[in-house]
Design a protein around this ligand. Structure first.
Ligand code: BGC
Length: 777
C-alpha cells in the first residue's frame, strides 16, 4: 500500500467510526467485559427488551427464534442472543439435586445422564459445609460439561410447615443452617466457572396456589426467618443470580417488589448479580423491570412488547431498562457460553456417583438404635425386606427437582451387595406389585405420589393369619416407608404426614412376628419431608433416615447399616408429635381440594377448607424449634437430633466477648466410644431478659469434627458478631442487640445441651436497615 492509499484508508476508518458511534443502532461493537456500556448504547430499544426476556419454552416464540433447540435439550430456559453485537445465548437448567436435562435425544446415539445427588434436606442433615461444597463442585462440573451456564439451584425456602411439597429441595426450618448450606452449595457449583440461582426469593413456602398466593408476613419474621438465609448466602457466596418467586408478599408479587429486589437485596445486602423470575409470566412486566427484576423467564414476546410500550409511553424510564440490561450483559460475559468453552458432554459420572454415595452416607440420620442393634455385620445374615420402596427406591422428588439419572440402586441390590441374604419371595412380591402399580398408573395417566408400599396386606379378603411374614426364615426385618412429593402441590396430613392404615398394619404385623422370636425390626424412612413418628417408633428397634438420597442412596443406607459409615447426620428440622403442633399448621392449606397445577390431585373429603389466595404467617418468628423450645412443647425428635455408633464428650468451653463485638468460642470434643466417628456441634444462644421477646434458644453457629478415632479430640472454634445476635425491632425498623448476659450453649441437639458459658454485652447495639426498605405494608 502506498502512502496516499494508506491515508485514504485511515481517513475512511476514522470517518466510519465517527458515523457509527453517533448513529446508535448502526454501531456494531462486539460484547466484551470491558465495553458493556458501549454495547448498551449501540442497542436498539427492541434489542434491549429482547435481552430482558428469556428464550421461551419452544423453538420460536412469537416469531423470534431463540436458538434454544440448538442449545441443551431439556434445559429449563435460556437467554436470547443478538448476533450483531456478539451476544450469545446462554443456558439455564434445573435443579437442586442434579442437572435436569434430556438424557436421550432424537437422532443422537449418545446419552446425557446426570448424577442424582442427595436432596437439599439430606445435605443440610450433614451439618457439614465442606462436604456440601465438595459435592456441589462435582455437580457444577456436570453443569459445565453438559454446556449449561447457570444451575437453577439451590432452593432455600424455609421449612415453615412439614407439608410443603417442595421441602425436599430446601434445607431447614432454621435460617442460619439454610443460609450456610446454600452458601456452601453456591461456592461448590460456582468453582467451576458456572452460575447458580438461589431460589425462590422469597416466601414460596407452600405449593398450593403458589402462583397467586399472597404471603402476609410481619417484618420481624421476614427479616429474621424468611430473608435471613438469603442474606447469609448472598453475603457469603456471591451467587451469580437470584430467582424471584411466583407468589406475592404483602400484596405485591415478589418479582415486582422493589423493596425486596432492590432496596433489601442490592442496596442493603450488596447483591451485584442478576435477578430472574421463576417460570411464569405476570401481567405487569414494566413494574418488574422497574423493581429490579432483570430477566423474565421463561420469556415471552408479550413481555417484550410490554416493555417497549412502557418506554414509549413514558411509564418506564429507559434508565431503569438500561440498568437491567447492564446486569444481564455482566452476567453473560461471565458464562462459559460467552467464553466459547467447548464442553465435553462427558462428565465423569462414575466418579460423581462415588461423591453422591459419600455425601449421602455422611448425612444420613440415625433416629433410633435401641440396645445398639446397629450396626449389623452382613455376613450370613438373612433379611426380610418390606415395602414398595425396597425395589422402587425414591432417589429424589418430582417436578423441576427431578434428575434424569442413568440408574437408581435399590435396597435389594444394595443389601445384597453388602453381603446380606434376602428372602426372594418377598422381593418378588414387591417387584410384581410395583410393576402392576406402574401399569395401572400408566393406564389412568396419573402420577404416583405416595408409596404406601404394602398392597397384599391391604387386601381384606386375605386373612391376617395367612400372611406369611417370613419371620422364621430370617434373622431380622427391614421395613422401608416411602414418600414422594414435589413441585405443584403440597402433601396431605392424612395418609402422608400420618402413616396410612396399611403401613401401620404392616409395621405392627412385622413387629409382632419378629419380636415374638426375639428378632429385630429396622425401619428406613425414604421420605422427602417430615412424617409422624411418635405413635409407631417404639415398634422399631432402629430407624434410619436417608431422606431421598439420590441414585446411590440405598448403598449409603447399607453403609450405615453395616457400620462402614458411622452415622453423623442430624435433623435440620423438628419432628413434631402431631402435625397440628406446628403453629403454622392452622394456617396451612392441608388436604386442600383447590390447587392450580398440573401435578395437583383432588384431595380427600374432609379437606381443611381455607382460602388459598393468601396465607397469614400469624406465628411470626415462632417457626420450628423456636416455638417448641420456648413453649415447652414435646416433640418426637428435636431439631439437631441424630445418633452415632460412638459417644462424644464436650470439654469446658471458652467463650469471650470479642473486641469487635459479639463473641468467640471454642470447645474440644472427644470421641469416647469404640468406633471412629464425627460429631456436629451446635451453638445456641439464650439472650438476656429486658430486650425484645426472643426464642429460648437460637442456633448461632455450628461445626463438625473430622473423623475422630476412639480417644481422639478436636477443638472447634466459632465466631459470632453483634449483628448476628440481633433481632429485628419492627417499631423502630432496625436490628438491635440488647445489652446484658448472653448464655452460649454447646449442644449435640437442641434438647441435649452439653456445656454452657456466658459473656456480656455492655451497651445496646443497633443496626439500621435501608431507609427506604418497606417490606410489611
Ligand atoms: C420452578 C423453579 C424451576 C423452574 C424452571 C419452576 O416451575 O418453580 O424452581 O427452576 O420452574 O424449571
Amino acid at each position: 500500500m502506498n502512502t496516499e492509499s494508506f491515508f485514504r484508508t485511515a481517513l475512511f476508518s476514522v470517518v466510519s467510526a465517527l458515523v457509527l458511534s453517533t448513529s446508535g443502532a448502526m454501531a456494531q461493537p462486539k460484547l466484551s467485559p470491558d465495553n458493556i456500556d458501549e454495547v448498551i448504547k449501540a442497542m436498539t430499544l427492541d434489542e434491549k427488551a429482547t435481552i430482558c426476556i428469556g428464550g421461551g419454552r419452544a423453538v420460536t416464540t412469537g416469531g423470534v427464534s431463540t436458538g434454544i433447540t440448538d442449545l441443551v435439550k431439556g434445559a429449563a430456559g435460556s437467554t436470547r442472543k443478538i448476533e450483531r453485537l456478539g451476544i450469545p445465548n446462554t443456558v439455564l437448567a434445573d435443579g437442586p439435586a442434579g442437572l435436569r436435562i434430556d438424557p436421550t435425544r432424537e437422532g443422537d446415539t449418545k446419552t446425557y445422564y446426570a448424577t442424582a445427588f442427595p436432596i437439599g434436606t439430606l445435605l443440610a442433615s450433614s451439618w457439614d459445609t465442606s462436604l456440601v461444597e465438595q459435592m456441589t463442585a462435582a455437580l457444577g462440573n456436570e453443569v459445565l460439561e453438559y454446556g449449561v451456564d447457570v444451575l437453577l439451584a439451590p432452593g432455600q425456602n424455609i421449612h415453615r410447615n412439614p407439608l410443603n411439597g417442595r421441602n425436599y429441595e430446601y434445607f431447614s426450618e432454621d435460617p442460619l443452617l439454610s443460609g450456610k448450606m446454600a452458601a456452601a452449595y453456591v461456592r461448590g457449583v460456582q468453582s467451576n466457572g458456572v452460575g447458580t440461582s438461589i431460589k425462590h426469593y422469597a416466601l414460596n413456602n407452600q405449593e398450593t396456589n403458589r402462583n397467586e398466593n399472597d404471603a402476609i408476613v410481619g417484618e420481624r419474621a421476614l427479616r429474621e426467618i424468611y430473608l435471613k438465609n438469603f442474606e447469609i448466602t448472598v453475603k457469603e457466596s456471591h451467587p451469580w443470580t437470584v430467582m424471584s418467586s411466583y407468589n406475592k408478599l404483602n400484596g405485591d408479587y415478589t418479582q415486582q417488589s422493589k423493596d425486596l429486589l432492590t432496596t433489601v437485596l442490592r442496596d442493603e445486602w450488596g447483591f451485584d448479580g442478576m435477578v430472574m423470575t421463576d417460570w411464569g409470566n405476570k401481567a405487569d412486566t414494566p413494574k418488574a423491570v422497574w423493581a429490579g427484576n432483570d430477566l423474565m423467564e421463561p420469556g415471552n414476546v408479550v413481555e417484550k412488547e410490554r416493555i417497549i410500550a412502557a418506554i414509549q409511553n413514558g411509564t418506564l424510564s429507559e434508565a431503569d431498562l438500561d440498568r437491567n440490561v447492564k446486569r444481564i450483559l455482566e452476567y453473560i460475559v461471565k458464562t462459559p457460553s460467552f467464553k466459547g468453552y467447548k464442553h465435553s458432554d462427558k462428565p465423569d459420572l462414575k466418579a460423581h456417583a462415588e461423591v453422591a454415595r459419600k455425601a449421602a452416607g455422611e448425612s444420613i440420620v440415625l433416629l433410633r438404635n435401641e440396645g445398639g442393634v446397629l450396626p449389623i455385620e452382613a455376613k450370613g445374615q438373612k433379611v426380610a425386606l418390606y415395602g414398595e420402596s425396597i425395589v422402587d427406591f425414591v432417589a429424589g422428588g418430582t417436578g423441576s427437582g427431578t434428575v434424569n439419572k442413568a440408574y437408581c440402586v435399590n435396597m435389594v441390590e444394595a443389601l445384597t451387595d453388602a453381603g446380606f441374604k434376602l428372602a426372594p419371595s418377598i422381593v418378588g412380591f414387591y417387584d410384581e406389585y410395583v410393576k402392576y402399580n406402574d401399569a395401572v398408573l400408566a393406564l389412568s395417566g396419573t402420577q404416583r405420589t405416595y408409596r404406601y408400599g404394602i398392597s397384599k396386606f391391604d387386601d381384606p379378603s386375605v386373612p391376617r393369619s395367612a400372611i406369611d411374614l417370613h419371620a422364621n426364615n430370617n434373622d431380622f426385618a427391614v421395613v422401608v416407608l416411602g414418600r414422594i412429593s414435589g413441585e405443584g402441590s403440597d402433601r396431605n396430613m392424612d395418609n402422608d404426614f400420618n402413616l396410612t392404615d396399611i403401613e401401620r398394619q404392616l409395621l405392627s404385623d412385622v413387629h409382632s412376628a419378629f419380636h415374638a422370636l426375639g428378632k429385630k425390626v429396622i425401619v428406613v424412612l425414604n421420605i422427602g419431608g417430615v412424617i409422624e413418628t411418635n405413635s409407631w417408633k417404639r415398634m422399631a428397634d432402629a430407624i434410619i433416615l436417608p431422606w431421598l438420597p439420590g441414585q446411590e442412596g440405598a448403598n449409603a443406607v447399607a453403609d450405615v447399616m453395616t457400620g462402614k459409615v458411622n452415622p453423623s447426620g442430624k435433623l435440620p428440622m423438628s419432628f413434631p408429635i402431631d402435625f397440628m403442633d406446628h403453629p403454622s399448621s392452622s394456617d396451612f392449606p392441608y388436604n386442600q381440594v383447590k390447587t392450580n397445577t398440573p401435578f395437583g390431585t383432588a384431595r380427600a373429603a374432609g379437606s381443611h377448607e381455607k382460602d388459598v389466595d393468601y396465607t397469614e404467617y400469624n406465628e411470626g418468628i415462632w417457626v420450628g424449634y423456636r416455638y417448641f423450645e420456648t413453649n415447652g412443647t414435646e416433640v418426637s425428635y428435636p431439631f439437631g437430633f441424630g445418633l452415632s455408633y460412638t459417644e462424644f464428650t464436650y470439654s469446658a468451653p471458652v467463650v469471650k466477648a470479642s473486641p469487635e463485638g459479639g463473641f468467640t468460642a471454642s470447645i474440644t470434643v472427644r470421641n469416647n466410644g469404640k468406633a471412629a466417628g464425627k460429631e456436629a456441634v451446635q451453638v445456641y444462644v439464650h439472650a438476656p431478659e429486658g430486650g425484645m421477646e426472643k426464642p429460648a434458644l437460637e442456633l448461632k453457629a455450628f461445626g463438625k469434627t473430622r473423623l475422630l478415632q476412639p480417644g481422639e479430640s478436636q477443638t472447634l472454634s466459632f465466631k459470632v458478631s453483634d449483628y448476628e445476635l440481633a433481632s429485628f425491632n419492627e417499631q423502630v425498623s432496625r436490628w438491635e442487640t440488647a445489652p446484658g448476659t448472653y448464655t452460649v450453649h454447646f449442644a449435640s441437639n437442641v434438647r441435649d445441651i452439653r456445656q454452657s458459658a456466658s459473656f456480656k454485652i455492655a451497651k445496646m447495639k443497633t443496626f439500621p436497615v435501608h431507609e427506604k426498605a418497606c417490606l410489611a405494608k
